[in-house]
Design a protein around this ligand. Structure first.
Ligand code: CTP
Length: 401
């Protein structure tokens, strides 16, 4: 859940209220969740909590004026609004909300509010009678009508000593609200995805194996992107040195093609999307020596048997609501082979890598792919970072669902 805020640009507006002291904790939680936080304070807010505290926590200078007195530098409210992925105003006072609801812009924060194009969240804080007042409630209704989200104040003891509704929601509740709301908007929310990545190793004896050069980078990038788009991801990975960063990814480690098959069969039935990017061994030794094989002969043969084609097996089991994506790594007659694999394995689309393309292939951080869909229409992509290729593949998944 926390990853929803990773790398998000959050503009935090802090208004003058005793609850402003909670902004310090709020910034700390947002930064801890991976967000970039810039803070705009009203002049009154700076009387309740020091800009130094908030700039230290947010790692950015605090903005309060249209321009900086010392340098004469302009704090461009339009640029700030464009920088932000979301604008959070916490605490939002009755006075500032009255300004926002009427389009006033007599300070930097109200100008930023008016020019922001991103989603806006307001967490009000005030005394209970101010909160109940029809003018405040009318302003709240107007702000909601503009599409802003209100993070409702809580019931409890207020700074005045009175008890009622008006306390600023706790920082953790505010963060949870943002995460919950962002997650609701993701295109793959409620979807389960199964991704395979990396090589398989087929043992010859206790110290040797047949493997391949797959690094797993492409599959890991796809798993990360699917999780970022809201999917609940299971990543079945062969031996790699890679780590996942999105906590929504459940990782299952396997070594052999047989283990990959078994793990895929365990998870496939319940998934909506399956991307098979693992480089699976096509053959495995007939027998695995129980002891290290000694070099007693000049020539040595290993008898191999075919492994089960996992993707083909899943293609046979696939139901109508499931989307199955395969890869094809080819050295010659690339498109012909990829189309054959697409049809034989009953795929929704296939991602073709050619070993002949510069920038494509094992171990690299870049890839060059073509996507061929069920209607055999081919789309070619440029050489890109594997993370960018993962985005293209996931967009194709969204379009195909
Ligand atoms: N694949 C699989 N199980 C195997 C072999 C491959 O699931 N035993 C999957 C790969 O993960 C990939 C697709 O099948 O998504 C195509 O793999 P590739 O190695 O290009 O082709 P193969 O089907 O193995 O055919 P060939 O080696 O003859 O090109």
């Amino acid at each position: 859940m926390v990853d929803m805020l990773k790398d998000k640009n959050i503009l935090l507006g802090v208004c003058g209220s005793i609850a402003s002291y909670k902004s310090a904790e709020l910034i700390r939680l947002l930064v801890k969740a991976g967000a970039n936080v810039k803070v705009v304070m009203t002049k009154d807010a700076t009387a309740f909590i020091t800009p130094l505290t908030l700039s230290t926590l947010s790692k950015h200078p605090i903005l309060t004026e249209y321009y900086q007195n010392a340098t004469g530098e302009w704090n461009n409210h339009v640029e700030l609004g464009l920088w932000a992925d979301l604008l959070l105003i916490a605490p939002a006072t009755a006075n500032s909300m009255a300004k926002f609801s009427n389009g006033l812009c007599d300070n930097l924060l109200s100008a930023v509010y008016l020019s922001a194009k991103c989603p806006v969240y307001l967490a009000p804080a005030m005394d209970l009678d101010m909160w109940k007042h029809p003018s405040t409630q009318q302003n709240i209704d107007r702000l909601k009508g503009f599409g802003n989200q209100i993070i409702k104040p809580k019931y409890g003891e207020l700074a005045s000593g009175l008890v009622g509704e008006g306390r600023l929601a706790e920082p953790q509740e505010i963060v949870d609200h943002l995460i919950h709301d962002l997650k609701k908007k993701l295109p793959l929310k409620n979807k389960k995805a199964l991704v395979t990545a990396g090589p398989t190793y087929e043992a010859i004896d206790p110290v040797r194996f047949i493997g391949n050069h797959s690094s797993g980078k492409m599959g890991f990038a796809i798993a990360e992107e699917l999780a970022n788009l809201g999917a609940d991801v299971t990543l079945i990975s062969g031996p790699t040195a890679l780590h996942t960063s999105n906590s929504q990814i459940k990782r299952v480690n396997i070594t052999t093609a047989a283990e990959l098959l078994s793990a895929c069969l365990d998870h496939f039935k319940t998934c909506d999307i399956c991307v098979m990017s693992a480089a699976v061994a096509d053959y495995t030794p007939m027998e695995v020596a129980t002891q290290k094989i000694k070099k007693n002969t000049d020539e040595f043969e290993i008898q191999l048997k075919k492994t089960t084609d996992v993707l083909y097996t899943l293609g046979q089991q696939k139901s109508k609501h499931q989307l199955l994506v395969g890869f094809a790594l080819e050295t010659h007659d690339e498109v012909v082979h990829a189309k054959q694999k697409l049809q034989k394995k009953n795929l929704d689309f296939i991602v073709l890598n050619s070993m002949n393309d510069a920038g494509a292939g094992f171990q690299k951080d870049t890839n060059k792919v073509s996507i061929i869909n069920k209607d055999l229409v081919k789309t070619d992509f440029e050489v890109k970072a594997k993370t960018a290729v993962a985005k293209d593949i996931c967009q194709q998944i969204i379009a195909s669902l």
